[in-house]
Design a protein around this ligand. Structure first.
Ligand SMILES: [Zn+2]
Length: 307
């Protein structure tokens, strides 16, 4: 993995610099693309990644750019989530690191689920109606189509091809059983998916989505042997409940140990009120656990890597 500029074109970089809002990511040198020994062919191409903010990220495979879970509102646009810690704060907690026009330069959007911190009113308004959008199920697809989007496709566990990249739905759970024992919470948390990106001679990427660490995650890691794993590690909480509805720092260590060849990337931090784990805490944990920092990464908003 190598660091790259967070903005892809000179024009957008210049515009951003003029506006003073560009963030150029730099990370320490990292080995080139990881390859799992069980793979028949070595990965010869690289996958581009840019964290936008929260769970919003871009992945680029062979010139195809996927925008995942776009939350595009300006800082403070929405009330904090009721019944969660720090709900007096307004979401998003921070602004986008790059212009919206650059975020929207994508060939398709993938929605891991449609909670408002993954598909917000701003994104629903700003994304062109003809954009290809992948959802986890027909229920979400119907809601997306109701906004006038004309090319909404449902991902499956068998996978769909899009411009030569295989997109595979993986399962997850947006909180442990004690959350789902409360019917209203079960309804609110709902279904979620992760996504595996497969392409010949490319690193395999796995975006776990808004899930806790569970057997679904272990199964995906075992089955697909991803080279790079993106985890939502903000440890989002709900008042009155122990534990969290997404992953946290311990899950970074779990993934690191479970998939010893994979790069682990933590996102979904410091952008919404109820996500309680900070990057600073996660980085301190990585130091304390003596995890290899070339293999476990905590990007800032706007930061880019290549795998
Ligand atoms: Zn979320």
């Amino acid at each position: 993995m190598k660091s790259t500029q967070s903005l892809s074109t000179t024009c957008s970089l210049m515009c951003a610099l003029l506006l003073g809002i560009g963030i150029v990511g730099t990370v320490q040198a990292h080995e080139a693309s990881h390859t799992h020994p069980v793979k028949a062919k070595a990965a010869t191409r690289q996958v581009g990644f840019q964290l936008i903010r929260n769970a919003t990220m871009k992945l680029t495979y062979a010139g195809t750019t996927f925008l995942i879970d776009p939350m595009l509102a300006v800082k403070g646009a929405y009330k904090g989530f009721d019944g969660t810690p720090r709900s007096e704060l307004r979401n998003p907690l921070v602004d986008l690191p790059v212009p919206i026009a650059d975020v929207l330069k994508a060939d398709a959007i993938i929605l891991s689920h449609i909670h408002e911190d993954h598909w917000d009113p701003a994104a629903r308004y700003l994304v062109p109606r003809t954009m290809t959008i992948f959802t986890q199920d027909e229920k979400d697809a119907t809601k997306v189509r109701e906004d006038g989007f004309t090319d909404v496709r449902v991902l499956t566990e068998e996978g769909l091809d899009f411009k030569g990249t295989r997109l595979i739905k993986t399962l997850g759970k947006h909180g442990s059983n004690h959350f789902f024992a409360v019917p209203q919470l079960a309804e609110l948390l709902g279904d979620v998916m992760g996504i595996v990106f497969l392409r010949p001679n490319h690193p395999t990427a796995y975006v776990a989505g808004d899930t806790i660490w569970n057997k679904n995650v272990e199964d995906a890691l075992t089955r697909y042997q991803p080279d790079v794993v993106f985890l939502n590690t903000g440890y989002a909480q709900i008042n009155g409940f122990d534990g969290s509805i997404i992953m946290g720092k311990d899950d970074v260590a779990r993934a690191y140990r479970f998939s010893p060849k994979a790069s682990i990337v933590g996102v979904h931090m410091e952008s919404v009120n109820h996500a309680m784990l900070t990057r600073k805490e996660l980085r301190a944990f990585i130091d304390a656990q003596k995890l290899d920092k070339r293999r476990v990464l905590v990007p800032n908003d706007g930061q880019s890597y290549r795998f």
